[in-house]
Ligand binder design. Structure first.
Ligand code: SF4
Length: 377
């Protein structure tokens, strides 16, 4: 009986989820917002808005949002793909672990990301045991089942995925599981972009998923210190259009403020429980980002209390320097929105989703892959 009662509730949730989605994909409303955007956009000069989220790039490209904007309003993709920015040195560490006989568990997207000499997929082809998992809990379950083998979880992702790694570590995972922590935090990368010479940004669309965890506070410095309009936005086409309108309106009014367009999911304080979990387990240190180099206080590392789970210490696989950008690849420029994927000479020639050369073509959140899959050339 309980099952029968639950079923319609699940269906209703799905229906309301779909209705919510369609509401934010209403073409008539989108057209009206686009008209408003044209009204408030400056008639002279250019406006450059940067987002830092792979899902934002997917929405913008898939729904052709750029074609609705005035020609002098550009939306560029920043380093918002969590897979693309993992530096080669950290892929090399995972490969080293795998070749040493440790079972490396990772998300599927990471498998083909190039290291300095090989990817985890190449290591697998050489006989290493590399397994795809859908969550860190899968890695825990595998390690519990095979107690005589050593396991490592390659923990990548931004503030959105870091809390689930923290939870498993706090739950005392089995002794034969260690963690190669490669989590990064977004606001320091945004700071690098705004300070970058010749990028000349006018506004940020801040990532909705990350903001559900960190809230609004970490973005306050952008309008306050740099005069950058910053809008936290959701992932539907209308979310993007609204956020572009909000930035242009601020520019027109001579203001720069932090605003939350994604109020249906993001609270000012964020998810304080998730923040506490991350604080318990991780320290923030300087970290390398593929294509961007060292960014101060941008990487999570296990703090002293949990060093027993650190795969570096346990298996001695530290790699200081790697080759981030393969010959001819322009990922370092695509990652900061300096060039479009189509401006890379390898795009859809030697570099394709089937045979990626650079990291931006590997992940579903990578700008090159999104363009390759969603635009007809
Ligand atoms: Fe790198 Fe390929 Fe993108 Fe060129 S098209 S920047 S080689 S990922």
């Amino acid at each position: 009986m309980k099952f029968l009662k639950q079923k319609p509730k699940l269906c209703r949730n799905k229906v309301s989820e779909m209705a919510e989605k369609l509401r934010f994909r209403d073409p008539d409303l989108a057209k009206r917002v686009a008209e408003k955007i044209h009204d408030v956009a400056p008639k002279e000069g250019t406006v450059k808005i940067c987002h830092v989220c792979g899902t934002h790039e997917w929405t913008i490209t898939h729904f052709g949002i750029r074609s609705l904007l005035p020609t002098n309003v550009e939306v560029i993709a920043g380093p918002g793909c969590p897979v693309c920015i993992v530096p080669a040195s950290e892929i090399d560490e995972a490969v080293k672990l795998a070749l040493k006989g440790v079972v490396v568990t990772c998300f599927g997207d990471v498998l083909r990301v190039p290291g300095s000499k090989m990817s985890l997929l190449d290591a697998k082809a050489e006989g290493a045991d590399v397994r795809i998992v859908y969550s860190v809990s899968d890695a825990v379950r595998m390690a519990e089942k095979e107690v005589n083998r050593q396991f490592a979880f390659f923990a990548i992702g931004f503030e959105t995925t870091a809390p689930s790694t923290a939870v498993e570590i706090l739950n005392k995972p089995p002794e034969n599981l260690s963690f190669l922590v490669s989590h990064r935090v977004i606001p320091p990368a945004m700071k690098i972009l705004v300070e970058m010479e010749n990028l000349n940004l006018n506004g940020f669309i801040a990532p909705g998923h990350v903001s559900t965890i960190i809230g609004l506070k970490p973005y306050e410095l952008f309008p306050k210190t740099y005069g950058m309009s910053t809008i936290v936005a959701g992932f539907e086409p209308l979310d993007i259009l609204f956020s572009v309108y909000m930035i242009l309106k601020q520019l027109k009014d001579g203001e720069s403020r932090l605003e939350n367009e994604y109020t249906r999911a993001v609270r000012r304080e964020g998810n304080t429980r998730a923040q506490q979990l991350m604080q318990k387990v991780f320290d923030l240190v300087d970290g390398n980002w593929r294509g961007l180099g060292l960014i101060p206080s941008s990487k999570f590392t296990l703090n002293k209390g949990y060093s027993e789970y650190d795969a570096h210490l346990k298996h001695g696989v530290k790699v200081e320097q790697g080759v981030d950008i393969p010959h001819g690849c322009r990922c370092h420029l695509v990652i900061i929105g300096k060039i479009k994927p189509t401006e890379c000479p390898l795009f859809m020639k030697t570099c394709t989703p089937q045979k990626p050369v650079g990291a931006c073509m590997v992940s579903v959140e990578g700008t090159c892959r999104i363009w390759a899959k969603n635009i007809r050339f």
